[in-house]
Write a protein that binds this ligand. Structure first.
Ligand code: ATP
Length: 357
């Protein structure tokens, strides 16, 4: 028996006048899943989230939450909770009043609302802060209150719109874990919009990569990393970004010659049409570097940078290549380095369609 999805989007379209912001979006989210919508600015991720919340009307398709069609249903009747980066807390109310506001609107008796607020405060560690005003809280604490306000309503889904982008880097990393742990504890269903692929990869069970109003690819974080369907996804997922080099499939169909100096043909571990123009993708962390001139690609090193735990090499030449080495390296700038990559780690995209081959 198939389980009913918590959120189901079928053929969603959205037009702003003549601008086609969402194009035939299909997405099924099971109960309990944490889904990240990622993509560059303007790809439509906020529009999709706001459509789910009922803050935008859709132009076509069907949107269901917990089995009920939501097309045309006003936001307050959808039973979903939005969490924004701006926190949207009421400045003149204490934490407790902020938490219970939605319950008071629903005329929940005062004692019952207080009990619910205490429970939520315990869940997310706000007990000591209940009588403070938002201005007396840190950024992380405000974000937690915003979460608390969402939790107290027991919504059918949590919708997050870049909730961490106002926080500094260290707090962001901490809050990522906190939000994900909370999601698990509550057994919630969450949709999380971010332009930060690391945030998406570390938090989500399922990542949806959007581009120009279209879902370019969706899958688990590692599926997207291991088998990007297009050059766009390959370049978007993974850090530092994949290296891309133009090339041509060699006469034997088993190698690719790169438009790069210092390169012998790379074995590709599959058979493709000789002469085909392609783009070769090599992840920086999949390239092995050894000092000297033995390797598939032999190039001078332009820059060596170390963070202590990782060493980054940038080669000379056009295009320049980035290589990541775990730990320290003896390689110095201006030395020659030999680079090797396993055939199964060579990504190949058609030069024209940019689809993976
Ligand atoms: P960002 O990360 O910058 O917020 P996004 O992926 O969330 O980007 P959206 O806000 O969903 O992008 O916008 C998608 C596209 O729709 C953009 O090109 C935007 O200019 C356009 N758009 C959004 N709202 C409107 C509107 N009210 N009227 C016309 N066009 C709009």
């Amino acid at each position: 028996m198939s389980v009913q999805p918590q959120i189901e989007l079928v053929g969603i379209d959205k037009h702003y006048g003549s601008f086609h912001a969402l194009k035939n979006i299909n997405l099924v989210i099971p109960k309990g899943q944490f889904v990240a919508l990622v993509g560059p600015s303007g790809c439509g991720k906020s529009t999709l989230l706001r459509s789910l919340a009922g803050l935008e009307s859709i132009s076509g398709g069907t949107m269901k939450i917990a089995g009920e069609v939501m097309n045309g249903v006003p936001p307050r009747k959808r039973d979903v909770a939005m969490v924004f980066q701006s926190y949207a807390l009421y400045p003149h109310m204490t934490v407790e009043q902020n938490l219970t506001y939605s319950l008071r609107l629903k005329r929940v008796p005062r004692a019952e609302a207080k009990k619910a607020a205490d429970e939520v405060a315990k869940t997310i560690g706000l007990q000591q802060l209940m009588h403070r005003y938002p201005r007396e809280l840190s950024g992380g604490q405000r974000q937690r209150v915003a979460m608390g306000r969402a939790i107290i309503r027991h919504p059918k889904a949590f919708l997050f719109d870049e909730p961490l982008s106002n926080l500094d880097a260290a707090l962001r990393v901490h809050m990522r874990k906190e939000i994900r742990a909370l999601h698990d504890r509550l057994g919630a269903t969450s949709v999380y919009v971010t332009h930060d692929q690391i945030e998406a990869m570390t938090m989500a069970d399922h990542v949806v990569v959007m581009r120009d109003g279209v879902i370019e690819q969706q899958g688990s974080p590692l599926e997207l990393y291991d088998a990007p369907a297009t050059r766009f996804v390959a370049g978007f997922i993974g850090s530092p970004a994949m290296n891309f080099i133009p090339g041509t499939i060699a006469a034997d169909g088993q190698h690719v010659t790169l438009d790069l100096e210092g390169v012998a043909a790379l074995p590709i571990g599959r058979s493709l049409e000789p002469g085909r123009k392609v783009t070769v993708g090599l992840r920086p962390e999949h390239i092995e570097a050894t000092p000297g001139s033995s390797g598939q690609i032999v190039l001078p090193v332009a820059v060596v940078e170390s963070t202590g735990s990782l060493t980054y090499l940038t080669t000379d030449g056009e295009p320049e290549l980035t290589v990541v080495i775990t730990g320290r390296s003896d390689i110095r700038s201006r030395e020659t380095v030999g680079l090797t990559i396993a055939p199964e780690r060579v990504h190949i995209f058609d030069a024209q369609t940019e689809r993976a081959l």
